[in-house]
Structure formats: C-alpha cells, structure tokens
Design a protein around this ligand. Sequence first.
Ligand code: PMV
Length: 318
Amino acid sequence: MPAISCSAPGKIILCGEHAVVYHQPAIAIPVLSRSTTTKIFAHPESAKGEVIVRAEATHLFGNMDTLSLDDPIRRTVELVKDHFKINSLPACEIRISSTLPVAAGLGSSASLSCSIILALSEFLGHPLPVDQVNSIAFEAEKFHHGNPSGVDNTVIAYRRPVYFLQGTLVEFLTVSAPFHFIIGNTGIHASTAEAVCGVRQRWLKEPGKFDSLFSEIGLLSQQVRGELAQGGQSEVGNLLTQNHALLSELGVSCPELDHLVNTALQAGALGAKLSGGGLGGNMLALAEEQNTRQVEEALSQAGAISTMQMTLPASTEE
Ligand code: PMV
C-alpha cells in the first residue's frame, strides 16, 4: 500500500497576538514555504493497534504506547481516534518531518497537529474537511497552550490569510498588492504558554491598563486589515511598529527582539514587530521589495540565527 503523505504549513502573526486571547481581532498569514509532513505507512503484517512513531526532529522512534500521554503526537492521534470513535488504529508507522523551527512563533505545534489529523483521517479512509481538521487541531492546541485563541490552528488549517476573532466565523483577508516580509529568529526558545500566562498575571493585577492595551491592539488589527485591502505599504509598516510597542508594554518583548526590530527599522524596513508569543522566537519586518535583501542582511549581522523572506501575495478572485 502506498504511503499517505499530508503537509500543513507554518504561520506568522501580523498583528494582534496576545490581545486575541482577550477577544480582540488578530491577523495571521500562512508560511507556505515551511511545513510539517506526516507520512503513514500501513504495516499489515503487524498486530492491530501497533503504531510506530518516527519523528526526525525530536529523535523520536518507538511504539506509540511508550510515549507519554502528554506527548503532542500521541495527544493528536488520540483526538483523531476519539473523533472516529475507534479504540485502535490499523497497524502502521507514522513518520513526521518538519522544516519549521520549534518554539519560535511559526506555529510548529498547530502545523504538527493539522498534518497528523489530515494524514490519519485519510489513512482511515475518511479524509476530514478543513473545518473539522481545524476544530480537532484547536483541541490539540488547548493541550499544548492551555488557553489558546485558536488563531494558529485556523490560519494553518485554512492555509489562507485570516482576520481572526474568537467565536466568530473565519474571515479571509483581501490583499490588494504583494507585501514583502523578512522574518528573523532570535534563536531564543520561548514558551507561548509561559508568555500567555505572564500576560494573564499582569492583566489580573492591572485589568484596566491591560484591557485598554488589548483594545488598542485590536484597533491596530482592524486598521491593518483595511490597509492590506488598500495596498497601503507604509501604513501597514507603521501599524506593525506600533503593535510592537504595545506588545512591549504587555511585557512579552525582550532585548534581543527589540534589537532585531530596531535593526530592521534602521535598515529601511517600513515597520517591524515581534511575532507570536514573544519572549524570544521570531520577529518580522515589512519592507519595500527592493529593500528586503538589505533588511535581511542587517538582521543576520545583528545576530538573527536565521532569516527568511516571505511574500504575502495579492488575493486572487475566488
Ligand atoms: O504560537 P505563537 O507563539 O505564534 O503565538 C500564539 C499567539 C498568542 O496570541 C500569543 C496565543 C494565542 O493563543 O493566540
């Protein structure tokens, strides 16, 4: 039997992280050049229920039953089994590979979940529609992050730029001209759960101050949505830089992120900000096409352990 192979992209948050947990809108775009791939090989000669897991990045190789119940791969597989109301899987090997850095704000955990859900449902003969992939991935995210907004699994499951507001229908963004981004990785592994928890503790101490920071960020997301639709490059840039300042006030930036953000701005970026949970991980900068190279070089020289360019293309008519 040929192997089943399904991939899910990464993502980057343009605007609104953290505030989105407090019911403000956020904007996220898929990073299609990076992905997690899950391949499933049937092992008809093995006993029913015997599932081998191989994940290169984490040097994991073994029987699924030997993995901790907290293991993200095992959790996601269990969620799929629950969805289909089955106790065991046909014997198989689940092989996972990824080109996404872990704990860097590029959505590695949601990408992992989505790729497993896609592959496993196909392996079971019932490929799931995108909304169901999204809702199972959201359950998996809850396990990783405690109280996720759902933005990561949504943008990754749908593979389209989204304007995301918890509890409402997903809105896909209209983008009228290409936007060029450079992503720079501080190299600092950061826990989204820790960052989200820190914000919550500070919000509980000063709810008034934090509620108004969240609202200001929500307003920026609304403005970014409008400017993407208008092709307002420098306007979006300004809004992203303002978002970084507000994220710093939330306490989720760090000297290394601030340094890369300032470096990008000095190198001619139209705007720059941390992206994702913060406390490390990635930042992004928006630049005019002719300046992307110089911004990327400046970020590398300033200590980014890796950089990549990414273009958000103009929307096509559906
Ligand atoms: O997964 P990350 O680190 O890219 O960030 C997730 C975005 C947060 O707003 C910080 C958390 C959430 O659940 O939306």
